[in-house]
Ligand binder design. Structure first.
Ligand code: PLP
Ligand code: LYS
Length: 501
């Protein structure tokens, strides 16, 4: 089983990787399985993407920078739309969302799944038709639900009984009938090649099918005239390469549709099998083609529906990673190269770059694997066992754990890390007060900033300083004297208006 990006993968064994021959990516061909489709090398060996060299991108936009190959993104989105022509494809915005991406995705005929008010605001600002938006989340705030109802989103995927009540009241007050799906926990959890079917669904999302909670939710929705129940939703995991888990999920969801028909006398018209389709982070990964996945899922739905004597519900899916992941890469500049002697006389080069776990937490969090390449030149130097690390104060700040890079790397060289489109920028942080990198869209020799780099001013902007509360005339404890049990200083207005320091 490939380990790359396995969310619950085993920690790396203390075994040194063996160099590939030829060593992919460090100065030679860029494997099409891993790199965006317009990526290649020019006659000097430089990495080129969207018709622009890595050096030019670094010079114009600085490093680190995420680079989005818009031709690649379009092709993948179109590929999913075509493969699932008889179904609906919602792009999962949590993987990465900005208005440019939302527009491109919507233009290819995809709908969008959002899971917070922030993602909803971006999709709406991008001009995505509200009917083409679904709102997810296990703890949507009243404000988020209200924003969704007011905007007129096409589906709210409800996740708790209290949410059903809140949503019903909001919809009633707004005088609308809100369409909803019920998120069902089907007892399947899948990652990469494996899936485990469990009887007890011990997790925060959805209503358990096995315990009967899902039927209780159906009844609660049907009791509220301001809600229109469209169907059932299931999401079983992420970075999945095998359709077996989806097949079990489809079987169980269709079984529940039959139970709902028998108990409530209604046939729900839709099912959503969620996202989770895997991508190649390294050449060892072999994801399935969208058309094969679509055919298999539609087949299962056909067979299972006729077995239960149901009319086949309309299918929807929610791929995020599979659409944006391979379309982006990250360019970093090398700051230091430190040879470290390992046991057995082996030397590992620790190659420090100007980003790290603040722009890609996935290696530290999931033990994810990535492919890296020298980007500003070719090299015929011997490959050296290397580890690409970031600039953060943490030894786990690793971008690419095991790789082979040319032995002649020097400060100022550029490295490109492939397949960083999903859950890298979207999970980026300001750890160590590092500003988040920009996202640059490239195509046909043109580059455009679509998310700007944060600046030190951005980092400082939320820091309001501190003015010692005056204790004059008061014998109350300091917290009360500050007028702030919630931790807001009584000089908040001053702080908001200007620099108090
Ligand atoms: C409900 C739901 N839909 C879709 C996705 C997208 O998953 P992926 O990016 O793996 O396709 C997720 C994330 O795992 C999710 O929780
Ligand atoms: N963020 C995870 C996957 C979770 C997806 C959201 N449910 C990743 O980077 O692989």
């Amino acid at each position: 089983m490939s380990r790359s990006a396995h969310p619950a993968g085993p920690r790396h064994a203390d075994v040194l990787p063996v160099p590939h021959a030829p060593n992919p990516g460090y100065s030679g061909e860029l494997s099409a399985a891993v790199w965006p489709r317009t990526a290649g090398r020019d006659e000097d060996g430089q990495l080129v993407v969207g018709g622009i060299t890595a050096s030019e991108l670094a010079e114009r936009f600085g490093t680190p920078a995420f680079v989005l190959d818009t031709d690649d993104l379009r092709a993948r989105a179109r590929g999913y739309a075509a493969a699932f022509a008889d179904a609906d494809v919602y792009y999962a915005g949590k993987a990465f969302l900005c208005t440019a991406v939302a527009k491109i995705i919507a233009e290819q005929g995809l709908a969008i799944d959002v899971c917070t008010g922030g993602e909803l605001a971006i999709a709406l600002r991008a001009g995505v038709h509200p009917d083409r938006i679904a709102l997810h989340g296990n703890n949507k705030s009243v404000a988020e639900l209200e924003a969704a109802v007011t905007a007129g989103v096409g589906r709210v995927v409800v996740d708790s009984l209290v949410e059903i009540e809140r949503l019903a009241e909001l919809a009633e007050r707004a005088g609308v009938r809100q369409r909803v799906m019920i998120r069902v926990t089907v007892g399947v959890e899948a990652h990469t090649h494996e899936f485990i079917a469990t009887a007890h669904e011990d997790q925060k999302f959805g209503f358990s099918l096995s315990s009967g909670d899902a039927l209780t939710a159906v009844s609660a929705v049907l009791d509220r005239p301001s809600l229109e129940l469209m169907g059932l939703h299931s999401h079983i995991g992420s970075q999945i390469f095998d359709t077996a888990g989806f097949e079990v999920a489809a079987h169980r969801v269709l079984g529940l549709l039959a139970t709902i028909r028998d108990k409530f006398g209604i046939e729900l018209p839709e099912i959503d099998l969620g996202g989770g389709l895997g991508i190649a982070y390294t050449d060892a990964d072999s994801p399935q083609q969208p058309a094969d996945i679509a055919r298999r899922l539609l087949e299962i739905i056909g067979t299972e529906s006729s077995r239960a004597e149901l009319s086949a519900p309309r299918l929807s899916v929610e791929p995020g990673r599979a659409i944006i992941g391979p379309a982006m890469l990250t360019i970093y500049e090398v700051g230091t190269v430190k040879p470290v002697a390992l046991d057995g006389g082996v030397v590992r080069h620790y190659v420090s770059v100007d980003g790290g776990m603040s722009d890609n937490i996935r290696t530290a969090l999931y033990d994810a694997e990535y492919t890296v390449a020298l980007a500003n030149r070719g090299s015929s130097a011997d490959a050296v066992l290397s580890r690409v690390v970031g600039k953060h104060c943490e030894s786990g700040d690793i971008v690419v754990r095991d790789c082979w890079l040319p032995g002649d790397l020097v400060p100022g060289d550029l490295l490109a890390v492939a397949a960083t489109g999903a859950y890298c920028h979207s999970m980026a942080s300001n750890y160590n007060r590092v500003p988040r990198p920009p996202v640059v869209a490239v195509a046909h020799g043109a580059a455009q900033l679509i998310v700007r780099r944060e600046t030190l001013d951005d980092v400082l902007a939320t820091d309001l300083g501190w003015i010692e509360p005056s204790s004059a005339g008061s014998s109350a404890p300091a917290s009360t004297a500050a007028g702030s049990e919630a931790g807001t200083p009584d000089n908040e207005a001053d702080n908001g208006a200007g620099d108090p320091r």
